[in-house]
Design a protein around this ligand. Structure first.
Ligand code: FES
Length: 131
């Protein structure tokens, strides 16, 4: 396998990965592992998509209904160990791990935490020390 070329030119990097130019504040990961999938992770992710895109703050391609200069990245992730207490949602760089998240909780997480930096304590099961 050919070793990939290491790119140092910032403009070239930004052309290849336009999200580098976005003013990202937070990244949200929704677990789509087997256990979380069985208790509604697809619905939780869909609700994050719906709300973040309606507010115009989800970073991504305009052609996909997202905002290239949006401040929130939304991603899937695999299991983080909350399998019996999912749906698990992580918010970085705050290092907050939410458990038992349902679609009905998403608006509160977006408005309180993602937009205003206030952790939703009733769902926050863990906060990483350097978050
Ligand atoms: S499957 Fe989601 S935390 Fe394990």
């Amino acid at each position: 396998m050919a070793k990939p070329k290491f790119i140092t030119d910032r403009a070239e990097l930004e052309k290849l990965a336009p999200m580098l130019k976005a003013p990202i504040l937070r990244q949200v990961f929704v677990c789509n592992g087997k256990s979380c999938s069985q208790v509604g992770s697809a619905e939780v992710k869909a609700e994050f998509e719906r709300i973040l895109e309606s507010k115009g703050i989800r970073q991504g391609k305009e052609s996909k209904g997202r905002n290239p200069m949006g401040s929130i990245l939304l991603n899937d992730c695999g299991s983080i160990g909350f399998c019996s207490i999912g749906v698990a949602v992580m918010v970085h760089p705050d290092g907050v791990l939410y458990g038992q998240v349902q679609a009905d909780d998403v608006a509160e997480i977006v408005e309180q935490h993602l937009e205003n930096g206030i952790v939703v304590e009733r769902l926050a099961l863990m906060k990483l020390p350097n978050g």
